[in-house]
Design a protein around this ligand. Structure first.
Ligand code: CMX
Ligand code: CO
Length: 146
């Protein structure tokens, strides 16, 4: 059902400064940048490695675009740091239904737009051992991508 780690989401106050840190420290480069107004983020995807299902694994750097957004609230409470983990799947709606059937609250009734035309669904951190968890179907894996 879940085949890989798609990305780790990291909350930051200054996207450009965080991109510069990852470039100079590890040599990671930006594969994609976009603003997602629905999620309230300006974000950069740094590609770390390819995966054996043809997908890839990224770091997702997230800077809030508005004060009432999830990332802004997280930064106010915790400061910068790991915000969520995202698992890749070929069928995000099916995976959400399966996980939801096991008693985990699915926060999105239908998949939303995610980075690079992916389709995404979030699971409540309180039902996932304190880890905000995202399920991702990449654009080239049978649907839009999130
Ligand atoms: N990881 C772990 N726990 C988290 C969390 C996170 N990222 N964000 C909030 N929480 C915890 C808080 O610590 C708090 O716990 P306590 O009650 O024990 O103190 C509880 O959840 C409620 O926190 P809150 O600040 O009041 O936040 P809300 O309930 O308003 O929202 C959540 C929490 C998860 C429902 C909301 O952040 C959400 O819907 N997130 C999904 C969307 C998202 O994060 N988008 C940005 C990323 C976009 C992308 O990846 O593309
Ligand atoms: Co994400």
């Amino acid at each position: 059902m879940l085949t890989r780690i798609d990305h780790v989401g990291i909350a930051c106050v200054d996207l450009d400064a965080s991109i510069a840190f990852y470039r100079r420290t590890y040599g990671f480069e930006v594969a994609h940048e976009e603003v997602n107004e629905e999620q309230g983020v300006r974000e950069a995807m740094l590609r770390v490695n390819g995966t054996d299902d043809g997908g890839a694994t990224y770091l997702q750097l997230l800077e809030p675009t508005r004060d009432d957004s999830p990332v802004a609230k997280f930064l106010a409470r915790h400061g910068e740091g790991v915000h969520h983990i995202a698992f890749g799947t070929a069928d995000v709606a099916g995976a959400a239904e399966e996980v939801g059937g096991r008693g985990v609250r699915v926060l999105d009734p239908a998949p939303r737009h995610g980075s690079m035309d992916s389709r995404i669904v979030f699971l409540h951190p309180k039902d996932c051992g304190g880890v905000l968890t995202e399920l991702v179907q990449a654009a080239d894996q049978g649907g839009g991508r999130g």
